[in-house]
Design a protein around this ligand. Sequence first.
Ligand code: C5P
Length: 221
Amino acid sequence: MSYSVAIDGPAGAGKSTIAKLLAKKMGYIYVDTGAMYRAMAVYFVQNNVNPDDEREINVAVTGVNITIEYMDGVQQVILNGDNVTGMLRTEEIGSMASKTSKYAAVRRKLVELQRELAKKTDVIMDGRDIGTTVLPDAFCKIYLTASVDARAKRRYDELAQKGEKCDYDIIKKDIEQRDYQDMHREISPLKQADDAVLVDTSDMNIEQVVECIENIINERK
Ligand code: C5P
């Protein structure tokens, strides 16, 4: 039994915000697995790899080496020796990650890395398949979700606050499309593990979610 915590759920449910806060509060190392799929996507974009061609992807994956480091407690993703952490959170990279995360070669490489990290220390790991595939023995599994509207509104507010131009309907459609891709792929689709606790954050603020999950973790200790 691993004392790691698995947090899965759809895009925009607040997984990384919540997992980061919980890790700090409870003394865990936070592992963001989406960042690894995004780093792989940076390589595909930089090398003009066609996301629809699995053979091209399979060849490209052999040229990718991803490692994880921590700088002041913050996860850094190193792609073939370069720290690409600052390049991961663009729409282009998110979309490439979402399209290419369905391939076996991509998942095999990253799942192996994720398991290695969790072997060294207890972690709070977030993603889509952590409770079902990466860490099936995690002692606490959370499925964090929220309605599409709540997630789209949060994303809209976040972009608007940064002064970025955004369209609510486009954001909502993009979220729906990512949900569909993540939930319907053949390998490790996004779904709630049988032993995961469902937390719907549609009507909760960040503090409430952190408190709720902290209580669930403490109850299981
Ligand atoms: O969570 P984030 O939006 O950063 O993840 C980017 C993409 O990586 C997701 O759209 C999903 O397709 C993929 N992903 C995955 N499995 C994980 C984490 C992320 O398939 N464990």
